[in-house]
Structure formats: C-alpha cells, structure tokens
Write a protein that binds this ligand. Sequence first.
Ligand SMILES: *Cc1c(COP(=O)(O)O)cnc(C)c1O
Length: 461
Amino acid sequence: MRNRDSYAEPFRIKMIEPIKQKDRETREDLIKKAHYNVFNLKAEDVYIDLLTDSGTSAMSANQWSGMMIGDESYAGCANFYNLEEAIRDILGYMYVVPTHQGRAAENILMSMFVGEKQTVIGNMHFDTTEGHIRLRNAVPLNLVIDEGLNPDTDHPFKGNINLEKLEEALAGQGPEEAPLVIMTVTSNSNGGQPVSMDNMRDASILAKKYNRPLIIDAARFAENCYFIKQRDRAYHNVSIRDIAREMFSYADGCTMSSKKDALVNIGGFLAFKDNEQWYEEAVQIQICYEGFRTYGGLAGRDLEALARGLYEGTEEDYLEDRIGQVAYLGQKMTDAGIPIMKPVGGHGVFVEGSKFLSHIPRANLPAQALVVELYREAGIRAIELGTCAFGYTDPETGEEVYPNQDLVRLAIPRRAYTDRHMDQVAQAFEKIAARKGRISGMEFTYQAEILRHFTARYRPL
Ligand SMILES: *Cc1c(COP(=O)(O)O)cnc(C)c1O
C-alpha cells in the first residue's frame, strides 16, 4: 500500500455539513439522559459519528445528478436497466432483483432455499443473515478459519472458510439438510476481514462437487477485492474490476447491501449468474415483499444512484483512499498503545474493550463503558460489539453467556470524514488511556430479550 503521505483524497468537496462538538458538561448530561446507550443520542449531539458505515456514505456529484433523472414509472423504469447493465458489467450476473436493503435480499434468498431444521453453511454469517436463518428454524454454521477468531494473529485473509470443515459438512449432510453455502466478503462479523481468491475458488469447487449453490454476501465486495490486489502477489497487477469478475464467477448468485460498497444511503439487491428459474422464483417473493421486478422497494432515483455507485465503489483510487484511511486510524491507535484487532479490516477499527479496560470484569461490560467514555471525552459515537450485542442470559441456567470478544467498533463512513477527524479519534483514545484506571464498569437497568443492545439502558457502577 502506498504511504498515505504520498497522495491525498481523490476528490474535492463541493457541499459540506457542519458538525459541532458540544461541551463536556452538555455531553455528560446528554449521555445520562440517553441511559448511557449511544443509540438514544440525537445525531446532532454527536461530533464524529462512527456508529456504522452502513448508509452513511457521501454520494458524489455524479450520483446526485443521477438522482435528478430518476424515472418513477411503476414498470420498466430506465434506471432499472442501468442498474442491470452495471451488475452484468461489474459482477457478471445476468439476473437482478432490486430490494430496499440487503436483509430484504436475504429474506428472498432464504425463502427460496432454506427450511426448518436445515443448516446454512458459511464462512461467517452477518447477524441479519443469522436472523433470517433462525427465523426459519434453521441453523447457521460458521466455518471461518481459526486465525479469523484470534485478534492477535497476523493472517492476510482472516475471512477464509476452513475448507476441510466445509467438505466435512457438505459430505456429512445432503442438499436436503444443508441446502446452501454463503461466503461473506469481507467478513463483517470478525472485523471486515477479507476472503482470498484461492479460498473462494476452492469453496466453489467443493460446493459444485456436492451440488450446492454458492452465494456471495457482497456488502463489501469491493473492499475485499482491494485486499486481494494488495495481499496476493498474483493479483498485484490485475484491475479491481477484473478481480471482482473472477470472484463472482465462482458463485451462483449474491445478496448485496448497497448501503456499504455501492456508496448509497439506501438499497440492496439479489442477483443470479445465469439461473432463470431461480430468478422467476425470486421475483414472486420480491413482488409480495418489495415491489415489482423493476423497482423492488426503491425509487427510480435510488436505482440510478446505486448503478453509478457500483462503478465508483470499484474505482482503484477511491479504494486506495478508503482502505488507506481505515489503516491510518489503525496505525494511530496502535502507536498510542491501544489494543486493536489485527490486521485492520476494511470498514473500521475494532478496539479490544476488555483488554483496554482490563480492570473491569466482563460482567461489568468494559466495552460498553469504553463507548460511553468516548462520547464523554470527545462526543465521538462508536458501537459496542461485545457482551451487550452478542451476550445473553441462558434461559435454562439463568447464567450470562459471554461472546469470545468484547469489542468496540469504530466504523468509518465512506468519503464523509477526513484524516484530521481520524486524528481527533486517536487523540481521544490517548486521553482516555491516560486515566483509564479510573473508569468504572456499567450494568443493565433494562434489556429486551432479543437484539438487546439497540434499546438497553445502563447505569455506571
Ligand atoms: C449490512 C449487511 C447486511 C444487511 O444489509 P442491510 O442493508 O443493512 O439490510 C448483510 N450482510 C452484511 C455482511 C452486511 O454488512
């Protein structure tokens, strides 16, 4: 990767959105009123918002001009054909089913392929994917390589699936029991870690051998392709578009949350390489849940911004800047002695909350305490992806079950912040580190039964 000092952002800024840092006293008051849950804060009370990279991208002048030529016809709008052409061109997939978000594409896919008690094999399913699997009383099976679960090992492709375990799972269960293999690129759930081209090819060979469809969860496919270009010598001189074409050629279809690498604020799609029968089946479900086949829950203008965003999201200089900015923050954090997951992934920096605040026991939610402290310190909003998000109380024993890791994710919106904002984030962590021994843990005062972190309330101890 080129040194970030040797180039600058490949864009200039035409329109700005003011952000303000509230004073410390106000922040203290606001976080308390929010019951120490940053989801309850108003966005205007946040200085730098790193809650998510989903739907938070800045669109380009080209995308905005596309919004103005939205064709809002119910059937056959021009923008659908532009999207279809973009997907055929960039991914090489023939059939396109637009949806209002990525999870809607997952809903259609799972309705088509997954039934009760079946197993859905993948490298590492994202949480909405798991949700759709469990909704059907089916079982998600994550077979990511062991290195993918260890935050301290330096492996270039921590999103890879364990091929031996994959073959074992496919050989042990027939298509009636395990109907589908899903490869998520990059793997969101372990920090935006990429899948290698070799791994995708080998997974595809196994899926074919055992006659199962292979589907790509493509939310961050462009970032994944960039990592392949950087980290696999064989692809150093191959263009991102050619890498993408090859990667998608190994699968039979994909689901996509366009709110990530397609640089739009809303949208998604399901696409199939060549299976017309699947396409017609998908359209039946699409019409019930999303809308007619040429709009699928989106306005014509949204389809146009998406079509244009797919091209921009796969530009080499855009990706160099994007991945470079995430790496830049990761380096600053490492220099400041903050424990983060390594190597840094595509869409954010993941801080090991329980390691950083090691004096706080897991039961007292160290990662959540750190999220609160970051808002108090600088008005920066991050998200806890640890005990609050993934832990739960075992209904049988009444005991708390803890996830492997207690992480704080700093997700970086695309094209929205500059490196100077990243400097502010790293500086806030430095200040917190200097007094971290005095930070106390937290406890729940309210929690819902599922997806508790969105609505939970807390109290500092
Ligand atoms: C965001 C995301 C989804 C769900 O997409 P939405 O657009 O939020 O519905 C699915 N898979 C992955 C990997 C994601 O990151």
